[in-house]
Design a binder for this molecule. Structure first.
Ligand code: ADP
Ligand code: SR1
Ligand code: MG
Length: 423
């Protein structure tokens, strides 16, 4: 297990020191060519935590260096955060690549002392959240995201793995406790109490922020989901699978940034994706120059969310039917027709429960992005606070209903009907 302290050789990289760092790793010469003087680095990190450098040689070869900082970049160096998250991100990328390689950036090498992952530069990929703000459609997205979710959540669970291996992975990722702690506070707790870093569109949403803190039903339901997050070690979840952790072109989809990875509830990743689709949906009105001009695009977002769920469930069930090599529901117990039929019914119950988990987490992810510390560009880029608050109010209503009625929804189609009613 890596040390939580900053190791003696660690220094944050600068644009002017990246080439020197890379030149100390012979693997780099195969990727960028032999002459470090021809490599140029620019820092492009727009996330909340890390440094990200794109490095290009003058003949067009490229890579990305992602380096952890020993503190939360969004807040500043007053808030320390362990560099070991980079180690967990690297390990999560390895385990995800065993089951869903085509949806990940290729990792070239890892430097543990520098807490730096050197990987494929994804281009012309665009961060999905930015694509949604611009109104770009991605024809492959639903199928790819559904497949990624099915393959990673099934493939790291007790449905696929022998129990000792799964237990060892649970134990390893328990070490990523401080990143889980951020989620426990920022997603599950702070939006429902007075917390120093909370913010919202004020004074427009002051009433809603106060209502949230006084909403006993919502607080109880939100803590049901926190309980799941704390206790339900179902699969290796990405842990931060919002639309800023997905980069896409119309032909290709990649999932980046699993530094929050840990063994948790499958619904957490599913909910992160769905909740961010609904945030994008409600934000669209705020991006319109002319009334209703984003109407079709909004519909595309809803249809795509529904298709993600559909592709996920069919992919997950197919894997369960064909590749059940784990200790959970062992295949040998279900070889006769009666047992097989019973298992089919159980699978329906299992997926229904997952839908409820996913929707509850989706609602929590929506609320935290409107009242918590970390907001999203979908809404933040709506400059006029009146317009922004108008969109946010609708998102808050759906978010609350998703959390409070999580188990009552029968399908994504039903959620979409409700989203349209609120818009
Ligand atoms: P953080 O953990 O700080 O959120 P991310 O991994 O999300 O960092 O990366 C921040 C930004 O860096 C991304 O939004 C994206 O613009 C860019 N980025 C990260 N990884 C890659 C990559 N492999 N290829 C291209 N751009 C990348
Ligand atoms: C201060 S860190 C805030 C958020 O950024 C990350 O992307 C996670 O979502 C985290 O909660
Ligand atoms: Mg990120």
């Amino acid at each position: 297990m890596p040390s939580r302290d900053v190791p003696p050789g660690y220094t944050p990289l600068l644009e002017k020191t990246v080439a020197g760092f890379l030149a100390r790793h012979p693997e780099t010469f195969d990727i960028l060519g032999p002459d470090p003087d021809r490599w140029r680095a620019r820092e492009v990190g727009d996330g909340n935590l890390n440094l990200v450098f794109i490095v290009q040689s003058d003949d067009g070869r490229s890579l990305v260096v992602k380096q952890a900082l020993p503190y939360v970049r969004l807040v500043g160096d007053s808030w320390p955060l362990p560099l070991s998250r980079s180690y967990f991100e690297r390990r999560a990328l390895q385990l995800q690549s065993e089951v869903a390689d085509r949806f990940l950036p290729k990792v070239y090498f890892y430097d543990e002392t520098a807490a730096a992952i050197v990987m494929e530069y994804l281009h012309p990929h665009v961060v999905l959240r930015k694509g949604f703000v611009r109104g770009i459609r991605y024809p492959r997205l639903a199928e790819d995201l559904g497949a990624f979710l099915a393959q990673t959540l099934f493939g790291t669970s007790d449905l696929a793995l022998p129990a000792p291996r799964k237990r060892a992975q649970v134990s390893f990722f328990s070490g990523n406790a401080e990143l889980c702690r951020l989620t426990e506070d920022f997603v599950f707790t702070d939006p429902y109490r007075i917390a120093a870093l909370n913010r919202w569109t004020t004074p427009h949403l002051d009433d809603l922020a106060a209502e949230l803190r006084a909403d006993a039903e919502l607080k109880v339901c939100s803590q049901r989901f926190k309980w799941l997050f704390l206790n339900h070690t179902e699969a290796l979840v990405h842990g931060d699978l919002h639309t800023g952790s997905i980069m896409a072109t119309p032909e290709d989809t990649r999932v980046i940034d699993p530094e929050f990875a840990f063994y948790g509830p499958m619904g957490f990743d599913l909910g992160a994706v769905l909740g961010n689709f609904y945030l994008a949906y409600f934000a669209q009105e705020g991006h319109e120059q002319r009334s209703h001009e984003r109407h079709e695009y909004r519909e595309w977002l809803l249809a795509t969310a529904e298709q993600v769920w559909g592709t996920f469930t069919s992919g997950f069930l197919r894997l369960w039917q064909e590749n059940a090599t784990g200790d959970g529901y062992p295949a040998e117990l279900f070889s006769d027709p009666v047992a097989r039929q019973a298992l089919e019914k159980e699978r329906v119950v299992f997926m229904r429960r997952l839908l409820g988990d996913a929707l509850g987490f989706a609602g929590m992810k929506m609320l935290r992005r409107i009242f918590g510390v970390a907001h999203v560009e979908d809404l933040e880029s709506i400059e006029d606070p009146d317009r922004r608050a108008h969109c946010e109010r609708k998102a808050v209503r759906l978010g609350r209903e998703l959390v409070v009625n999580a188990r009552a929804w029968l399908s994504l189609a039903d959620v979409n009907v409700r989203a349209r009613e609120l818009s």
